[in-house]
Write a protein that binds this ligand. Sequence first.
Ligand SMILES: [Mn+2]
Length: 323
Amino acid sequence: MATWIFTHGDTDGICAGAIALAANPNAQIFFTNPYGLIEDLTIANDEDKVIICDIALSENHLKQIIQRFSRIAEKGELIYIDHHPWPEAILKEDMPSKIIHGLASSSELTYSLFKSNIDPKFSRVAIFGAIGDYLDNTPFIKHLLERWDKRALYFESGLLTQGIEGRKRDYELKRSILFKLANNFLPSSDKRLVELALEQSHLEELAIQKIKDYIHFNGKIAYTLNFPFSLGKAAIYAKGLTDALIGIAAEERKGMIDMSLRTSNPKIDLNKILRLITPKFGGSGGGHSKAAGARLPKEKFEDFLNELNKSLKELDYNQISKS
Ligand SMILES: [Mn+2]
């Protein structure tokens, strides 16, 4: 019986995977994503132990996923750990497997699950992952931070996030970092990661200097279109360098617009709004409340921005921003 860890390739996914590996040292690591999960799972046998971290359950594949989960849970073992919005079509209690789902980062959830089996030093890896998903303000992570010098940990987590930025499919790099973290080595111990992080930080500084010329406005939204930089980062700076409530970085590809959206306004739930309005434009969207993504036909982009502004008007956000 083999053990598999399927995880996401971002900071939170790598850290959650590293904690799961520390607790299951013989496991094989496989990087995946919500759309690839069902196919990638074919590499495991029904009799195996399968741990899935930080992978949203795709509504489009939900039926197949439930079937596969139940086969594995019946003959082997399946542990699913995640914090993306739960699909509406099924209740957590009805899932045929062990489900650890919450609002905290996947790293925090994974650490909470395995903490009695691993060295308490792995609380750092939970913290690195939580920072990576902006979920370092939960009660448990704040408590874990008390044991460490947070300045040193933010440096390490920042190195990891900067080092893997833009290296989406560089699974060799990600796997080697994950193994190091699982063996309690810090991100700064990896020379290649450090070099990549420095390079990324330099490129990011150049992008910050240039982005202002690319920012357009539509009501309370600041957006860039085809600004040549990471969409997530560009969305952050479109928002942060203006007074906009929402920052969007969009890019055109094959007649479609892919975009990242960011807000820091506590009243705005991007996941909720996007799930509601993107289908009206023949698209899809969602994610977290403050950081989300969407995809829709290019010719609908302007209408979408108008509709998004309209949905903001219905919120009483001014009260919050003034208080
Ligand atoms: Mn995550």
